[in-house]
Ligand binder design. Structure first.
Ligand code: NAD
Length: 346
């Protein structure tokens, strides 16, 4: 089996995690990662043995790496020449420039949720639309919030056949490594109403009717979603049946908060650190069992999202999709997750 040659453009919060997840797989390999210039992030690439390239082709920018003692193999176009697919992990809204470079190099591409759906015209989550994206030129892997909503709502939709959803996204203000964002002592409503998060789910599952509000709060560790979903008449579900469905759903963890003393996002993150993935990541969406309640046709629940990592395994599945690997989504998800677990000896 020849392995898929994967390039990572932008080796930051998401890029370094996707690189590890790809490195864990037996059907793909990292052929290079880019940095905009020499910085401590280059040391991680060197330690992992990932070939280091410059995000740009200008010779003076490439030269800066060797001035700081790093072996940079060239600019982005050199990396594109040896890649089958590039995972764009640049900061949001840089996609348009980069897309033109990928298309002219003739490589497949993945973008992240900081880009708009319109950039690629195709958005992706593993459970919602893997099959529809087999062999396409490129996709946008949706944001951490949209991925989280999709994980629990898609199986519910598949069972019920229709869903109307309202949700409030209580968002972390910034990632732990990001000192430039706030608020640090305030609660900031997103005044664009409805927020983009709910409707973004419809880019992967248009059949789900969903709207959202968002608020940023001074925490760095997780997002929390408060969700109200109206199920159709005659759905035949109970709270227990919904919990059982989510327990069978890949990349969803259902736990009783009171029994396990996991009543806040801080404790969820502590549990994630115990699991032992690098950076204390939690790829799964965490649903509090005792916070789920079906009242008539209306379902209430809370879930927590580790914003830096829930999209990581989706990127691996999306690589298989765009490369046209004929594998159904559940098989890809199981393969991805088993390889990541083995990689970290879990
Ligand atoms: P980041 O700032 O941590 O990393 C971005 C990296 O890209 C940095 O190393 C930066 O130097 C590099 N870069 C800068 N300009 C570039 C360019 N023109 N081309 C390529 N690389 C460039 O950002 P991040 O948090 O990893 O976010 C990357 C993408 O993932 C964004 O679209 C973001 O919205 C999305 N995303 C982020 C999170 C999160 O919580 N951090 C979660 C899901 C999705």
């Amino acid at each position: 089996m020849t392995s898929i040659k994967v390039a990572i453009n932008g080796f930051g919060t998401i890029g370094k995690r996707v690189a590890d997840a790809v490195d864990a797989q037996d059907d793909m390999e990292i052929v290079g990662v880019t940095k905009t210039g020499p910085s401590f992030g280059c040391d991680l690439a060197v330690k992992k043995g990932f070939p280091l390239y410059c995000t740009f082709d200008e010779p003076d920018r490439i030269a800066r790496f060797s001035e700081q003692g790093y072996n940079c193999l060239g600019g982005l176009s050199y990396l594109m020449a040896v890649a089958d697919v590039v995972v764009d992990c640049s900061p949001g809204k840089m996609g348009a420039d980069n897309l033109a470079k990928y298309q002219s190099a003739g490589v497949k591409y993945l973008f992240q949720g900081g880009e708009k759906h319109e950039l690629t015209g195709r958005s992706y989550t593993s459970s919602a639309n893997h099959k529809e994206n087999l062999g396409v030129e490129g996709v946008r892997v949706v944001s951490c919030n949209t991925t989280g909503l999709s994980r629990t709502l898609v199986p519910l939709y598949e069972y019920c056949g229709s869903l109307k959803v309202e949700c409030t996204m209580i968002r972390r203000a910034a990632d732990p490594g990001d000192s430039s964002k706030g608020p640090i002592n305030a609660i900031k409503p997103v005044l664009k109403v409805p927020s983009h998060h709910g409707p973004d789910v419809m880019t992967v599952k248009p059949e789900i009717e969903i709207n959202s509000l968002a608020v940023a709060v001074p925490t760095t560790i997780m997002h929390l979603h408060a969700i109200i979903a109206d199920l159709p008449e005659g759905h035949g579900l109970t709270t227990d049946a919904i919990l059982a469905m989510w327990e069978e759903t890949p990349r969803v963890i259902v736990m009783n908060g009171s029994d396990n003393r996991i009543t806040t996002t801080a404790e969820v993150m502590e549990m994630a650190r115990d699991i032992g993935r690098k950076w204390g990541d939690l790829h799964e969406i965490f649903v509090w069992e005792d916070g789920v309640s079906l009242v008539g046709n209306r379902l209430y629940y809370f879930q927590a999202i580790h914003q830096e990592s829930d999209v990581i395994p989706e990127n691996v599945d999306a690589i298989r999709a765009v490369m046209g690997i004929d594998m159904d989504w559940r098989t890809s998800v199981a393969k991805t997750d088993a390889a990541i677990s083995a990689y970290y000896n879990l």
